[in-house]
Design a protein around this ligand. Structure first.
Ligand code: SF4
Length: 278
């Protein structure tokens, strides 16, 4: 196990937390993609720890807390059998690449999902991880990046190595967090070199003007990416937001189709939550 440690500050810029050789990871497992157009595909999920955003509907709170964290990483030992071991964070490239390759030996996966938290906060490490997987393990699955879509500079570091990008357009009226339109525009300029799609989460308080802005940004990127509208899942009675009503979802899909065109806007909920998957 690596002895080097890094401290990740939740509010810090990515340059403060990057390391080539070690990363903080929350969990590693084989599972079923539950979102977007690749829903249902079998993937290896690497959930990186740390995020600089705080979406009110975030369903991975365990992956947000990083500052000085000594939480161990949970690692599935055989793909899909849900038998886990723990290892001490941070993880070396060699250790994580080997654990990922072990899962791929069990089942041929469609792709490896680099998710979080915000994986691009540890882009330097991801670059080394993908290189190691491809060169040392002759890794065949595609590389599927799931990101908040607001870190263009970090995306540039790994764009040549990823195959597919699932990115968010954060609607401020939905996230109750920062306004990121400028960051999203810059991100898409980099992302359009690869395949992927954009996702916008809807609550009952989503504003038309936010959705219109998201569509304008997508249309400005040569219409390269389709849009998935994802109704927010109501996590508990304690959260402040509500899921959108069926009527709202229909109206917002109509609005987005009007901006982006026929066939380019799908409504896809988080399906893994309906079938008891991680
Ligand atoms: S970007 Fe993702 S991980 Fe970060 S707070 Fe939002 S939903 Fe959670």
């Amino acid at each position: 196990m690596p002895s080097q440690s890094i401290v990740i500050n939740n509010q810090a810029q990515s340059t403060d937390i990057q390391s080539d050789s070690v990363a903080h990871v929350t969990e590693l497992f084989s599972g079923i993609q539950g979102e977007g157009p690749y829903v249902g595909q079998r993937q290896i999920f690497v959930r990186f720890t740390g995020c600089d955003l705080r979406c009110q509907w975030c369903d991975t709170p365990a992956s947000l807390v990083t500052s000085g964290s000594t939480k161990p990483v949970t690692i599935e030992k055989k793909a899909g059998e849900r038998i886990f071991e723990t290892a001490q964070n941070p993880l070396s490239v060699e250790f994580l690449a080997s654990a990922i390759a072990d899962l791929e030996i069990d089942i041929p996966h469609h792709s490896i999902s680099l998710t979080g938290g915000e994986p691009l906060l540890q882009a330097n490490y991801i670059k080394e991880l993908i290189k190691s997987l491809k060169s040392n393990f002759h890794f065949k699955p595609a590389i599927y990046l799931e990101t908040g879509g607001h870190r263009p500079n970090e995306l540039k570091q790994i764009i040549d190595l990823v195959d597919y990008i699932s990115f968010d357009l954060k609607l401020p009226s939905s996230t109750a967090d920062k306004v990121l339109w400028k960051e999203h525009k810059e991100f898409i300029e980099v992302a359009k070199a690869k395949a992927g799609y954009a996702k916008a989460v809807l609550t009952d308080e989503t504003l038309d003007s936010d959705l219109e802005m998201a569509c304008e940004i997508l249309a400005g990127a040569l219409n390269k990416f389709d849009l998935v509208l994802q109704p927010a899942y109501r996590l508990s009675d304690k959260v402040k937001y509500n899921s959108p009503t069926p009527e709202q979802v229909l109206r917002w899909q109509s609005l987005a189709i009007g901006k982006l065109g026929r066939g380019r806007v799908k409504v896809i909920p988080q399906t893994h939550k309906f079938i008891g998957q991680l």
